[in-house]
Design a protein around this ligand. Structure first.
Ligand code: PAF
Length: 303
């Protein structure tokens, strides 16, 4: 069953905090034969998140959005405490898009006292953000596995901005036989190219003016690599120097890797992808760009 986006004034969004309530709600939808999509988020919703919601809305009768600032995917306490939070404003945006349910559990509901289990996907997690932020990918895989098992949706939506996360989630779902289809949605950008991110809210005006250099450098490198220039290591070195000149310090990584396996590449052989993470003051920005003709990740059925 496909539902259309609701029109008219936004109504207060039904918000649940308990896993048992979420399960009861979904069970009722299932009895009515409705399909279910989930859009996991950590809140501070921007157009990128709303695009995930719209895609979900187009495909499934019922849409759940989750807001949970997952403590176990933060490797720095200051990053966790400064993460932007505004549930009331997020709920209004979701309600306007016709989301059926907001699931926003407290930390102790997700990780009760004595909680032990972690889900890890080592090969895909040990590089890029996984290397720069120890424990991050394991924290993501764990919470996404829990949210999927709590809601048992037909489809779950993730943005390509967090491309490594997307690959980790796909692999986790495949390895654990979770019966859900993972849908990838292209990165939404500001007109100047900056990838939308909740962290953009933390940029000062000066940092915001510098931030688009991240995508500009990725695009320039992609054009050179697509033109057959080698070796990638030398080209990436020049890219790092350009980022440093634009004010990024430190640069966690600027790398060319396979878009499937994340293995490092010496040249732009398909499916090659550029990955970058770098800091402007206290704000860490990430971005990535496919090399070559637009291919994107096609939807895959798992489980
Ligand atoms: O991308 C995010 O916002 C988070 O990593 C996710 C997928 C909601 C897990 O906490």
């Amino acid at each position: 069953m496909t539902a259309s986006v609701s029109s008219g004034p936004a109504v207060p969004l039904k918000t649940l905090r308990r896993i048992s309530e979420l399960r009861d709600e979904v069970a009722g939808w299932r009895r009515d034969g409705d399909s279910v999509a989930i859009v996991p988020t950590m809140g501070a919703l921007h157009e990128g998140h709303l695009e995930l919601v719209r895609r979900a809305r187009d495909c499934c009768a019922r849409v759940i959005t989750t807001i949970f600032v997952n403590p176990i995917q933060f490797n720095r306490q200051d990053d966790l405490s400064s993460y932007p939070r505004d549930e009331a404003s997020d709920a209004a945006k979701l309600s306007a898009l016709g989301v059926d349910l907001l699931f926003a559990p407290p930390v102790e509901e997700v990780y009760p006292k004595g909680y032990q289990t972690r889900v890890s996907v080592p090969d895909l997690s040990d590089c890029l953000c996984g290397a720069a932020r120890p424990g991050h990918m394991e924290g993501v895989a764990t919470v996404v596995a829990k949210l999927l098992l709590q809601s048992l949706p037909d489809r779950a939506y993730f943005g390509e901005k967090d491309y490594q996360q997307l690959l980790v989630v796909r692999r986790m779902v495949r390895d654990l036989d979770v019966p859900v289809r993972i849908e990838a949605v292209p990165t939404v950008r500001e007109p100047d190219g900056l990838a939308l991110s909740s962290r953009n809210l933390l940029l000062t005006p000066d940092q915001r003016a510098r931030a688009p250099a991240l995508f500009r450098v990725l695009r320039a490198l992609a054009a050179r690599l697509e033109g057959g220039e080698v070796p990638a290591a030398a080209i990436l070195g020049e890219g790092r120097a350009e980022l440093a000149a634009a004010g990024f310090e430190p640069i966690d990584y600027l790398e060319l890797r396979s878009g499937d396996s994340l293995r490092p590449l010496e040249r732009a052989e398909p499916p090659a992808r550029l990955f970058a993470a770098a800091w402007l003051g206290p704000v860490r920005l990430i971005d990535n760009l496919e090399i070559g003709p637009a291919r994107g990740l096609s939807p895959q059925r798992h489980g």
